[in-house]
Design a protein around this ligand. Structure first.
Ligand code: NDP
Length: 422
């Protein structure tokens, strides 16, 4: 029931956020109150974003363009982690090229005068509708593909509930042919490349509406750009995170990466474009520094895990030889494998310091919007819920995978997120 509710209500939330900004000055309570007290038909007629032919065509073009970059740009090959059925999959990791090419083309088109820099902001409603339609279709396609033509049959997971399977996914790494990876492409290209473009477009719109770009808008753009560019520079690392290695491909990832990410992670820029916030210089500098330090923690934690696994523990962490537990696990073909659990550096202090850094970064990006409205804090609230739930989910998964070795790690590193607190 929970999964069914998410499938039905999350798209509504994404659309409500858009309505809230356009019609209710960013006020969440008046939006919700009007939503509850107005006849649904009347609400839709008065407020719902409409599809437009132009935005739908542009969205389709965007998907095709990103697909072409994914398929044809030169690419090093990265490897994921061994799947439960024992596959070690190769991936095309050319995301940074795709991001650079896309942004260079966009900037050139703006300078040449053929593209309004605020075009995304001005067509936002039509784009959001198109993204929602595509996100749903993608989730449906993933569900049927998993039943009818799975890529790796033994890596499918059936829960016994159609709704749960639709939501959490059945196939682990659905592919077309040998290389076209549904999950990496959709999680890591159209939505996330668009993230920085959307922010920039709303910054341009703020300029067109108000005649200046606020320091809060600049900080949001900088902090989010750290995150996005970091993602692409370290795309190879992403191949060994929970999204790619453990989460199956259903509505959660398909719709999430196509709608939730570009639609709600950019709410701060969407908000600031209409309602600029001017921070005093000390506050602006403080937020930028705190956000940057969150990013630095996030990156260095993720780097430590990656380097220790890539070098099989033969590396230094904070100047000393990495301390590891050599944990074993069995894949479904009965074979025994070894994996390293890092116990020093960040990973010796708490089990999810990367989530902590991510949260500091998320809250900083929201803090620039001030406390007048709750809506632009959505990203931080969502990330808190997501990452806390991941702490719990990851613990039971790792316990199932490594058994005693995981318990040994947990005895050594007691805290999940904040030492002494959780
Ligand atoms: P991690 O990269 O921390 O991966 C967790 C996995 O790492 C575990 O399942 C386990 O997998 C392995 N692991 C656990 N403990 C250790 C250890 N001590 N040493 C080595 N490996 C260990 O988490 P996520 O994939 O959830 O997140 C990656 C990053 O992405 C995080 O920084 C997170 O903040 C960010 N993120 C951002 C989101 C967003 O929407 N903005 C959403 C989700 C995450 P195994 O042993 O099986 O490899």
């Amino acid at each position: 029931m929970g999964c069914g509710a998410i499938v039905l209500f999350c798209p509504l939330l994404a659309v409500l956020a858009c309505i809230c900004l356009k019609h209710f000055d960013g006020g969440l309570l008046p939006t919700l109150w009007t939503f509850i007290t107005t006849h649904p038909m009347e609400f839709i007629v008065s407020y719902a974003p409409r599809p437009t032919a132009g935005a739908s065509a542009a969205y389709a073009g965007w998907l095709l363009f990103q697909a072409a970059l994914y398929a044809w740009l030169p690419s090093p090959i990265g490897y994921g982690q061994r799947t439960p059925a024992g596959h070690l999959l190769p991936y095309r990791v050319n995301g940074i090229h795709a991001w650079v090419v896309t942004h260079v083309i966009a900037v050139m088109a703006v300078y040449a005068g053929v593209l309004d820099p605020a075009v995304i902001a001005k067509n936002w409603e039509g784009l959001l509708v198109a993204a929602n339609v595509y996100g749903y279709l993608l989730a449906v396609a993933a569900y049927f593909k998993a039943h009818l033509c799975p890529t790796h049959e033994a890596d499918r997971k059936f829960s016994g509930s159609m709704v749960y399977d639709f939501y959490m996914g059945i196939e682990l790494n659905p592919r077309f042919g040998e290389w076209w990876d549904f999950k990496l492409f959709h999680n890591g290209r159209p939505g996330i490349v668009a993230w920085t473009l959307i922010n920039l477009s709303f910054a341009a719109w703020q300029f067109q509406l108000h005649g200046y770009i606020s320091n809060s808008m600049i900080i949001v753009n900088i902090l989010h750009a750290f995150y996005v560019v970091d993602f692409f520079i370290n795309e190879d690392w992403y191949l060994r995170t929970i999204d790619i290695c453990h989460d199956h491909y259903g509505f959660y990832l398909a719709w999430g990466s196509m709608v939730w990410l570009p639609g709600t992670y950019t709410l701060q820029a969407q908000y600031l474009a209409r309602y600029p916030v001017n921070l005093s210089t000390p506050v602006a500098v403080a937020i930028l520094l705190i956000g940057t330090s969150g990013y630095v923690v996030f990156r260095s934690v993720n780097y430590q895990k990656d380097i220790v696994r890539r070098t099989n523990g033969e590396c230094k962490i904070w100047g000393k030889k990495a301390e590891v537990i050599r944990a074993t696990y069995k894949t479904e073909d009965g074979k025994l494998h070894e994996s390293l659990l890092l116990c020093s550096g960040w990973w010796g202090i708490v089990r999810h310091a990367n989530y902590l850094g991510d949260l500091v970064l998320s809250y900083s990006g929201c803090a620039v919007c001030g406390v007048h409205n709750i809506l632009p804090w959505w990203y931080a609230v969502f990330m808190t819920a997501l990452l806390l739930q991941r702490c719990v989910r990851d613990h039971s998964r790792c316990l199932g995978k490594y058994g005693e070795d995981w318990e040994k790690y947990c005895r050594r590193v007691k805290w999940k997120l904040i030492p002494g607190v959780y």
